[in-house]
Write a protein that binds this ligand. Structure first.
Ligand code: UDP
Length: 244
């Protein structure tokens, strides 16, 4: 495997992609063209030795706190949301394997017929062997989201950064789609994000990254080559970390 350290800022990363991104221009479900595009971006950098963990959300299919779940017990609805993340993980695995990337899906909810159970040491071994590991079912518990799952796995895998691939190229002072005067932050501290309630990720995910010192890089995954450009430091993004 080539040495990724000379070209890329980070050697091992966790990429969190929300379910919303995988919808593409649809209003629900999985748009395989978009999944293929994300897979291609991952394959591109994985081929050069970047070790990649993936966490895919489930909001394109089901969310515990949604109208579709109204009247349902919260825990039950959240378990349905976790099952949605497993579907997305399988779609992403297909897209990656179709283009020759070796992958494993590990689920926080054991589902032996379709995925490995989450085993930390085994996941580390997969990464060392150059496989992309897709972590499904978040943290495996209700009242959490896949942001928290992403933070937890990034910490457990000893990732150098948590990349949050969204549809906006960073964190802005206001919603840039609604407010033309909004400006993008180059850098923020974890505390800034929490105090300003910037809603980049869940507060529990931000707090975990603050406690472990893992930087969060927010970028747009919709643009071609943006994952590579974020990893090489050339693209546009916002980095959240504490400055020494
Ligand atoms: N979920 C959960 N625990 C977890 C991860 C996910 O209960 O550890 C449920 C929760 O209902 C959530 C849904 O799964 O709304 C889908 O995940 P998320 O909302 O994080 O997806 P995204 O917004 O990233 O698409």
């Amino acid at each position: 495997m080539p040495d990724a350290t000379s070209t890329f800022r980070y050697k091992r990363v966790l990429l969190k992609v929300s379910g919303e991104v995988l919808m593409g221009d649809q209003s629900f479900g999985v748009d395989m063209k978009t999944v293929d595009a994300v897979a291609k971006a991952v394959a591109d950098v994985a081929a050069e030795g970047v070790e990649i963990c993936l966490v895919i959300g489930g909001g394109n299919i089901f969310r515990g706190l949604s109208k579709a779940a109204a009247g349902m017990e919260r825990s039950q609805a959240d378990y349905m949301g976790m099952l949605a993340t497993i579907m997305n993980a399988l779609a992403m695995q297909s897209a990656l394997e179709k283009i020759g990337v070796s992958t494993r899906v590990q689920s926080a909810i054991p589902m032996a017929a379709i995925a490995e159970p989450y085993i930390r040491r085994r996941a580390l071994r997969h990464l060392e062997k150059g496989r992309v590991v897709i972590f499904a079912a978040g943290v495996g518990a209700p009242f959490f989201t896949t942001d928290s799952g992403a933070a937890l796995r990034a910490a457990e895998m000893g990732c150098d950064a948590l990349l949050k691939g969204t549809s906006v190229d960073g964190v802005y002072t206001a919603d840039p789609k609604k407010d033309p005067t909004a400006t993008r932050y180059e850098t923020l501290t974890y505390q800034d994000v929490l105090a300003k309630d910037l809603r980049v990720m869940d507060a529990s995910a931000i707090a975990m990254m603050r406690d472990t010192g893992i930087p969060i890089v927010v970028f747009s995954i919709r643009e071609e080559n943006s994952l590579r450009r974020t990893l090489t430091g050339e693209g546009t993004f916002t980095v959240i970390q504490d400055v020494a």
